[in-house]
Design a protein around this ligand. Sequence first.
Ligand code: SAM
Length: 392
Amino acid sequence: MNEEINAIIYKIFQNDPDKIIFSNPSGKSEVEFRKVVFNKISMKDSPAYQIEKYTQNQVYHENISPGLLSCTLSEYFDLPYRQVNVYCPSIQMEIKFNKKKEPHIIQRYVDCAFPHIKKTRDNREKDYILKEGTNIPVFVELGIFTTDLKIRNSMQDKFRQINRFAEFIDDCLKDYPRDDVNIIDFGCGKSYLTFVVYHYIKTVRGLHPHIVGLDLKTDVINKCNDLAARFGYEDISFKTGDINGFKSPFDRVDMVLTLHACDTATDYALYNAIRWNADIILSVPCCQHEVNGQISSDRLKALTKYGLVKERVSALITDSIRGCMMEYSGYRTDLMEFVEIEHSPKNILIRGRKRNVSAEKRQNALNEARNLCDEFNISQTLMKLLLKETDA
Ligand SMILES: C[S@@+](CC[C@H](N)C(=O)[O-])C[C@H]1O[C@@H](n2cnc3c(N)ncnc32)[C@H](O)[C@@H]1O
């Protein structure tokens, strides 16, 4: 092991890492694991590291004490992984190795810039609402769990997302005055979320969900209906169709969900929910093209001249306008972190609860949205749809 690697290991050790990921083994190498992740955990109140070793379709676990960290790290630095990412409370490092195994290091001092990420990560992993190992046959059928009820390796991120979604639903239902809950999941796709929400509300909460999932893809919807029939889920059904113009099958819609409905599909979903006076809206938007394609500003050119910044600013502006327009429509609205940014860059959840929002607040929200549109020379779908109906 060369001096440079020793210095890197020393630095990692000194900075009390939360997570270290070895990935991208070189093409010709025959390493046993395609990815190895060290996670700092607490065992009987003492710190330890859990090592997750990923093959193509399995994950193995091993726990080590912090005293063995340096030694174990040097074993993995000896292997031909081309990338190592290190997350410490105050520093993050990305180490890339070239063909000659020379490291190139990019480091970023976070200085607790994201303390909430650490806190929520620790809490969440302990407190998942839907726990690995619970016998939920539909989860196995959907490929979320393996047959021995472990989270499938490729589904770790999705499992985290739907668990997080279940947390938000749980929170909204705490003070909900009805047992029968009518829910529409727009852009349901393979319906991991839809089935999980159904299972959670019915089995864990003991309520009566009636759920409709909607998607454009007929083959996917047919499979979802087959699955619902196979498991005897009577109150869940799936329909093929476009969110834009969809007619609700319920007299009353309690909750509208979207998880990564593409681009303006999220706007049509929010618009429907608002028109139906849905009590609860939980929406995690996806890719954003509409504003990115129009945005310009002479005064704030610095925000639009770099492609990456422009893309992110466009997404943030879009979600801010959506939030304002929900407030304008009488929803108490929050934009919240959905999952940690390391698991999905699409990590904003828009939460709206239908409430008595004062006329003044509604007007202010509309003005705020308009100011953004004027500043950045944009028009935005949800705003257009809602304003078409009023003379505001
Ligand atoms: C990224 S996938 C997300 C699927 C699912 N919600 C999840 O998180 O696993 C987006 C889904 O939205 C659907 N979709 C996009 N636009 C739609 C529209 N206008 N109407 C209905 N479904 C739409 C797509 O067919 C796709 O299945």
